[in-house]
Ligand binder design. Structure first.
Ligand code: ADP
Length: 336
């Protein structure tokens, strides 16, 4: 029995008919930070709900499930499963299932849904407001009508961008466990994205320079890596262009390839850097919205890089600009 519970991954204790701990596995000793063997369950675990469940099972047999929270050293939430055992008779099993991770994931998911709904509700509320005005006060006013229709278009486009980004994120997450199989050259991607964004760059009065000659072939998906580079260059144009240059450089570094998008804009204060890839995190929500941002661009970049076993490094200095470097494993010569 001791060997069996020792091999199981959850904290487990066996109690005798008096409530004394007859056996505890390593996970239980770690959790309680002591060896409870020989002690009464009430001194091993100070949780009234578990003690009541043990008492009830001792008296009436059967099983009970109760919640157990641990606050020190970390906040953890367990479900305690207390069961009378048929063999050896009158023994009781206590198994603790750690639900902390599951609950955190559930909370993150709920937060995300709340956040996404809120982001969609804002333009929707404004659209409804304009529709009401067009049906009422501005019904016969042609000048106002044109103006309102243009504003409605802006709001509808914002909703569309948000939905596109949300769908993108969910598609990437769905494939997160599948490593991309194609081979893609990051240098070609840089040139391709520069062409795609040439109109936007021109409008912002910014020149995109690429100083890389050698191919940077990685194991990766063309469309997804285009999205990565496009998001980074778009951000540089949106937040940091104002007539300056954007420099793209690449290099082979050991087993990896790196591509850097550097701008000479206002830079990003250090406290924001670790949070930039969180969904909906923006330094200035108003500015991001005005420039057509959704707050999901860098979260999408991070997820795509995770799938590619890659990483992103952000360096920035206030007043001097920022550089976003992505690093992805190169295709080895044998695999090419
Ligand atoms: P958004 O859709 O708002 O652009 P991102 O996830 O792409 O969302 O970026 C998150 C935030 O990071 C932006 O709102 C902006 O505040 C900041 N940011 C991103 N790139 C740059 C940059 N090159 N220079 C300054 N700030 C940046």
């Amino acid at each position: 029995m001791t060997a069996l519970i020792g091999a199981l991954p959850d904290p487990i204790m066996l109690l005798d008919a008096h409530g004394l701990v007859a056996s505890a596995n390593g996970k239980a000793r770690d959790l309680l930070n002591m060896d409870p063997e020989g002690q009464h369950i009430s001194s091993a675990i100070r949780a009234p709900a578990i003690l009541e469940a043990v008492q009830a099972v001792l008296e009436h047999g059967g099983t009970r499930r109760v919640d157990y929270e641990q606050h020190v050293p970390l906040q953890r939430h367990f479900e305690a499963y207390v069961a009378a055992m048929a063999e050896p008779e009158q023994m009781i099993l206590i198994l603790l299932r750690d639900l902390t991770r599951e609950q955190q994931t559930e909370r993150l998911r709920a937060d995300f849904v709340a956040h996404a709904s809120h982001e969609l509700r804002t333009p929707l509320a404004s659209l409804l407001g304009f529709i009401e005005t067009l049906q009422g006060a501005a019904k016969k006013d042609e000048v106002s009508r044109e103006r309102f229709l243009a504003l409605m278009q802006t709001q509808a486009e914002r909703m569309k961008r948000l939905i596109d980004d949300l769908l993108s994120l969910s598609r990437i997450e769905m494939n997160a466990h599948l490593r991309p199989t194609g081979t893609t050259d990051l240098k070609q991607i840089a040139f391709h994205v520069r062409d795609t964004l040439s109109g936007l760059a021109k409008a912002a009065g910014v020149e995109i320079k690429i100083d890389n000659k050698e191919p940077l072939v990685v194991q990766g998906d063309w469309d997804e890596l285009v999205q990565v580079v496009q998001n980074l260059i778009e951000n540089a144009i949106k937040y940091a262009a104002s007539g300056k240059a954007i420099e793209i450089s690449g290099r082979r570094l050991g087993e990896d390839c790196e591509l850097t998008v550097r701008d000479f804009g206002p830079g990003i204060a250090e406290e924001h850097l670790p949070r930039l890839t969180e969904r909906f995190y923006r330094i200035n929500v108003q500015e991001s919205r005005q420039r057509g941002g959704t707050g999901l661009g860098l979260a999408i970049v991070k997820h795509i890089l995770n799938r590619h076993r890659g990483k992103m490094r952000i360096q920035s200095e206030l007043g001097a600009g920022s550089s976003f470097t992505v690093r992805i494993p190169a295709v080895s010569h044998e695999a090419k």
